[in-house]
Design a protein around this ligand. Structure first.
Ligand SMILES: Cc1ncc(COP(=O)(O)O)c(C=O)c1O
Length: 329
């Protein structure tokens, strides 16, 4: 039996099969939210994705084995967080996408308004609370496997929407542990490239050490983490490495700097010596999906007092206020 409330919902969200046999009491179930009743057995219907002009159930979206993204990692991507139904810093994400594409001489096949239309359609087809738009553009399908780019290769465009767990600031307060690792990646880390094997290798090393992430150091200077930027706080001054080809200029990084300064905090963008990690009062990792995570243990050393610091608390309050305003705008 289909719950009456379901008929008004978009078909790809949730489907109630039976009101009598509620086994899962899934708190995200649309029936539960819409009616206040516990639903029947619920099954999540498939996500809808965009692939080269078509909207498809995710399992039906297929890419050729000759796609250069699959063969060479020849492509770029973006992750755009969505809060209260609104993409955060959309213009900045599309600017960075364009910069990445320019850096790898890849033609952007869509205008900004075409990108926006795809995002709007996908957000509508994949309703939810906090979400993230993932987009990827590869150089497309080649007739044979060859590094040289043939004339007439058309980029492959793929977009999906992923659910993101709402930031649990109380949970985040416990902090995360990390290790310090030599940054052996290439000198083009400012490109948001889909070739992430080095980052995967480093993350594996971190996970094998039973920590969440690694802070990377190149020639004695802090660069970033495997999928986030690094901030340090020392004696009330917040610092983060200067933008360069050694790190991805995070949209969250820029937003944190902007919000911190607007709220009277001092932020420096400068070279950070790896030794400063040992004396920092606080270390944070920032990214679109992680937001601002305090690192409370680095290698064998406790950072600050071993819990989220006072400046992290200030920053997270400012950041979550900004997110709320975005949702209400
Ligand atoms: C290597 C790297 N640095 C930094 C970031 C943070 O970027 P953003 O704040 O735009 O999510 C990411 C995000 O994926 C990343 O992969």
């Amino acid at each position: 039996m289909v719950h009456p409330a379901v008929s008004s919902l978009r078909p790809q969200l949730w489907l109630c099969f039976s009101l009598q046999t509620c086994a899962y009491k899934h708190e995200s179930c649309a029936c539960f939210r819409d009616t206040g009743e516990q639903c029947g057995v619920v099954a999540r219907l498939e996500a809808v994705v965009y692939l080269d002009g078509e909207y498809l159930p995710r399992s039906q979206a297929k890419v050729s084995v000759l796609d250069r993204g699959f063969l060479f990692g020849d492509g770029v991507y973006e992750v755009i967080p969505v809060f209260g139904g609104r993409p955060l810093r959309l213009r900045e994400h599309l600017d960075r996408l364009q910069r990445s594409m320019d850096r790898v001489s890849l033609h952007n096949p869509l205008t900004r308004s075409q990108w926006q239309r795809i995002f709007d359609a996908l957000l509508d087809k994949n309703p939810g609370d906090d979400r993230a738009i993932y987009l990827q553009v590869t150089r497309g399908v080649a007739p044979i496997r060859d590094l040289s780019v043939g004339a007439g290769t058309r980029p492959t465009v793929f977009v999906m929407v992923n659910e993101v767990r709402q930031a649990d600031y109380a949970g985040l307060q416990a902090g995360i542990s990390a290790i310090k690792v030599e940054d052996f990646r290439w000198k083009a880390c400012d490109i948001k490239s889909i070739s992430l094997i080095a980052n995967v290798m480093i993350r594996l090393r971190a996970n094998q050490s039973e920590v969440v992430d690694a802070i990377l150091v190149r020639d004695g200077l802090v660069t970033e983490a495997t999928a986030s930027n690094v901030f340090l706080v020392n004696r009330g001054i917040i610092s983060t490495p200067t933008k360069s080809e050694h790190l991805l200029a995070g949209i969250t990084r820029d937003l944190v700097i902007e919000l911190a300064r607007a709220n009277g905090l001092t932020v420096e963008e400068r070279d950070i010596d790896e030794n400063e990690l040992e004396t920092a009062d606080e270390i944070w990792l920032t990214s679109s999906t992680r937001e601002i995570a305090p690192v409370v243990r680095l290698d064998d050393r406790v950072v600050g007092h071993g819990v989220a610091g006072e400046y992290w608390k200030k920053m997270v309050t400012i950041y979550s206020h900004y997110k709320r305003e975005l949702g209400n705008a």
